[in-house]
Design a protein around this ligand. Structure first.
Ligand SMILES: C[S@@+](CC[C@H](N)C(=O)[O-])C[C@H]1O[C@@H](n2cnc3c(N)ncnc32)[C@H](O)[C@@H]1O
Length: 342
């Protein structure tokens, strides 16, 4: 599996190089800084961070030479073999639709970066967005992390006999599915939330027959109590790959902490770094809307140490980060975090 991951990363670096060379954004033997590259490519301001991350990734892979803020090609990688995508995505446990989607996105990357149309629009053409998100979350790594999260959820005890669970950014319900299976024998009050009614509606259809379920909208960037979650009421908050949507992380972690009783648990999964494959694909969805302020920094994901500090600063103690860096599963860059409110 890790070989496929590595091949996918190399192929995606090739995709970045192809875009930069074919559009003349960074021609051979020319030195440019990131701003000049974005200008030559015609990148929309909201996506400029993506191209800056490309330059970091290409530099990190030794493909660029650096002089101050300017870069030039050392050895551009070979043209990417897009025909390999179905094999690579298959080896990572993704459904075939992911390779098809990534291929389409790669073919449109310059236009997407120029905002001639949006990735959301392209994904909509591919059909039901809930199915698209579900396919994106359907892979060996995420499934294993979801199962590990569910195993920890089973160990959490209720303050008063009924386990109160709040799920944030529940999306297509992959994390929910694993957690509900683990909590089957338990008396629970499980509130599935997301910012989008597309996802809460789909979750309602999928999970409405489970006992103790509620479904509702919740924006993790706004006051939880203003959205019906009273302070100190929850035993467990869950977020599967959702907390990177926090615009002000201390604020959102503070809201989560307030919603938990003392000793209540926060279980969440997150990527701890970006990767070339997603930088040429789904990460374009992390750009702000055209009329919103630009991202305050380019890194969309935080290292485990930074999570530890952010959790400590908002009234949590981090008990566990899994898998550890030395384990083979760690190569995918996803981690499960288990914290408790202190
Ligand atoms: C990667 S998906 C979650 C995947 C989910 N664990 C699953 O298994 O399908 C991230 C989710 O966060 C939601 N989201 C984005 N911004 C949000 C916000 N501000 N508040 C709450 N949810 C948000 C998205 O709608 C999306 O469903």
């Amino acid at each position: 599996m890790n070989t496929a991951l590595n091949e996918l990363e190399q192929l995606s670096l090739g995709v970045m190089a192809q875009v930069l060379l074919h559009t003349q954004a960074l021609p051979l033997q020319v030195w440019r800084n990131a701003e000049q590259v974005n200008q030559a490519l015609g990148t929309a301001a909201r996506h400029a961070w993506v191209v800056r991350r490309w330059l970091v990734a290409l530099g990190g892979a030794g493909l660029l030479r650096e002089a101050g803020e300017r870069v030039a090609w050392r050895t551009p990688p070979p043209d990417p073999q897009l025909g390999e995508l179905p094999r690579l995505y298959g080896a990572l446990g993704f459904p075939a639709s992911m390779a098809r989607l990534h291929t389409q996105v790669i073919e449109c990357l310059p236009d997407l970066l120029r905002d001639q149309f949006t990735l959301t629009h392209l994904l909509m053409l591919g059909g039901d967005p809930v199915k698209v998100l579900s396919a994106y979350q359907h892979n060996h790594f995420t499934a294993t992390i979801n199962q590990a999260l569910a195993d920890r959820a089973r160990q959490i005890s209720a303050a008063d006999g009924q386990l109160r669970v709040l799920e944030l950014g529940g999306g297509a319900g992959g994390t929910t599915d694993a957690v509900l299976a683990a909590l089957q024998a338990c008396e629970k009050d499980y509130r599935f939330t997301d910012i989008s009614s597309l996802f809460t509606g789909a979750a309602h259809r999928q999970f409405r027959l489970e006992t103790g379920m509620q479904f509702g909208l919740l924006d993790l960037n706004r006051s939880f109590s203003g959205q019906g979650i009273l302070p100190g009421t929850q035993d467990l908050v869950i977020a599967g790959n959702a907390l990177h949507n926090a615009r002000d992380l201390p604020y959102s972690l503070g809201q989560i902490r307030s919603s938990l009783r003392d000793g209540g648990a926060l279980l969440f999964s997150e990527s701890i770094a970006d990767n070339p494959a997603m930088l040429t694909f789904m990460h374009l969805l992390l750009s702000p809307a055209a009329d919103a302020p630009l991202r305050p920094h380019d890194e969309a994901f935080m290292a485990a140490d930074a999570w530890d500090l952010a959790l400590q600063a908002t009234g949590f103690e981090l008990l566990e980060v899994w898998p550890r860096a030395c384990e083979p599963l760690a190569a995918a860059g996803q981690r499960l975090f288990h914290a408790i409110g202190v």
